[in-house]
Design a protein around this ligand. Structure first.
Ligand code: GLY
Ligand code: MN
Ligand code: MN
Length: 444
């Protein structure tokens, strides 16, 4: 299994601590276990920031980073070993494991945190935390601070500054290391296999969820614990619903099916969309829209390189789509004027992409000082133009209505341009039709 090596977690902690002001402390909680219903839990997924700094997979844990602390800069609070609980729920690292296997300098039982953490915070000037994203943890933090304040008359020194950790941490997460790119490449490779399998299985009469099952099969077989987000399997007019997730309609002969799905490997997402004909052959209208979206995507790739800014790829897609829609008669008027009044938004209402990483819509600022961010080596993003012609759009000829096409790939910025991580899925009309035809011949 391809994963982030331990040495990288240590490097990240050091890099973060190097940016913290002297005499400060950072405190981050693990994700809480989410209840699905009564005593059934959702599959546990570690908080991305917590995972980024520790690789520690358990709930009920707190990371404490104290740059310059003599007795160790990295303290981990976590669950104690417990033979009875481990018999039911699985192994725990315990404090020994936290030190031996996860590089903590010091580890304490999570049940002792109220007694120990105020003492660690005391005397530090500034506290970094993810303020506002976890109200329950914010309350705990204030309780610990108040313990110190209540002892001020005895000489205890509570911190005076509370700073959001996001600014430092999320900027670090935006730049992917070689190890991160490797994991993301693997997530994209498995997801590409999943899309191919769904294309091969596509038949009229099946349900959308049958294709979702093909995706899930490849994800799990590839070692992914789960999809990076709820898979979208949208056939026919459902393809015009951007985040459709019902996935229970019957696939109809003559319709397209849009699949937006990607798996997660070691907490890194992939996010791929392909749109293909249920019966293996695009109609002339479907093909025209598909090839326009593909041309928009190609134009966007050409605008992704160091020194180009974030919005250039989006602007390229808007230009190609607007002029293409005019050529097809779906928009009327002068292309520049149509762009100026954002006429494309009736058909293309989302942006050309987003940052990609541990979160599918990853962290990181899109603007810096009011200006679009300039791309740099290691930034990962999606490129996903689309055209969606609403089934009830009375302004276009009937033959176009209900066609929805999105094509989405994952890229990382390189010195010379970008690497397409998800290149493993066929994309041209000819490639997709050939793959589907071959699958039908084999099945017959
Ligand atoms: N899968 C969600 C997105 O493409 O942004
Ligand atoms: Mn996306
Ligand atoms: Mn997507």
């Amino acid at each position: 299994m391809i994963h982030i090596p331990k040495s990288e977690y240590s490097r990240r902690r050091k890099a973060l601590m190097a940016q913290m002001v002297p005499n400060s402390i950072a405190i981050l909680p693990a994700a809480a276990v989410a209840i699905r219903n009564r005593d059934v839990e959702h599959v546990y997924r570690q908080d991305s920031d917590f995972q980024y700094l520790s690789g520690f997979p358990e709930p009920q844990a707190v990371i404490v980073l104290m740059p310059g602390r003599e007795h160790g800069e990295y303290v981990l609070f976590c669950r104690e070993r417990n033979a009875e609980r481990e018999l039911w729920d699985g192994l725990r690292a315990g404090q020994e494991g936290a030190i031996r296997d996860f590089g903590a300098d010091d580890a304490f039982p999570i049940t002792d945190i109220d007694d120990i953490l105020p003492g660690l915070i005391e005397g530090r000037d500034r506290v970094y935390s993810a303020m506002g994203s976890n109200p329950e943890f914010d309350r705990h933090l204030m309780d610990w601070i108040n313990v110190i304040r209540s002892k001020a008359h005895l000489g205890a020194q509570p911190p005076n500054e509370f700073v959001a950790l996001d600014h430092l941490l999320h900027d670090m997460r935006l730049y992917k290391s070689a190890a991160e790119v490797k994991v993301m490449r693997e997530a994209a490779r498995i997801s590409a296999q999943a899309h191919i399998r769904a294309m091969q299985a596509s038949r009229a009469g099946l349900h959308e969820f049958s294709l979702e099952a093909e995706l899930d099969y490849e994800f799990r077989k590839g070692g992914a614990k789960m999809p990076a987000y709820g898979s979208i399997v949208a056939s026919g007019r459902n393809s015009c619903i951007l985040h459709y997730q019902q996935n229970d309609a019957v696939l109809k002969d003559g319709d397209l099916v849009l699949i937006d799905a990607g798996c997660e490997i070691d907490c890194y997402a992939s996010d791929i969309t392909r749109t293909w004909p249920v019966n293996g052959k695009y109609s002339p209208e479907q093909k025209a829209i598909y090839e326009l979206v593909l041309a928009a995507q190609e134009a966007a790739f050409a605008e992704i390189a160091p020194d180009k800014h974030w919005n250039q790829a989006h602007e390229a897609t808007v230009r190609v789509i607007t002029s293409g829609l005019v050529e097809l008669g779906l928009l009327q008027g002068d292309v520049d004027e149509l762009i100026a009044r954002e006429a494309h938004k009736a058909f293309y209402m989302h942006r050309a992409g987003h940052w990609l990483g541990m979160d599918v819509h990853d962290v990181g600022e899109y603007k810096v000082g009011g200006e679009w961010r300039v791309l740099e080596v290691g930034m990962a993003l999606t490129v996903e133009p689309g055209i969606y012609i609403a089934p009830d759009n009375q302004n276009v000829a009937k033959k176009w209505r209900g066609i929805g096409v999105r094509i989405e790939d994952d890229v990382v910025v390189t010195k010379t341009g970008c690497e397409i991580l998800s290149h493993g899925v066929p994309k041209t009309v000819a490639e997709i039709e050939a793959l589907m035809a071959a699958a039908r011949t084999q099945a017959a």
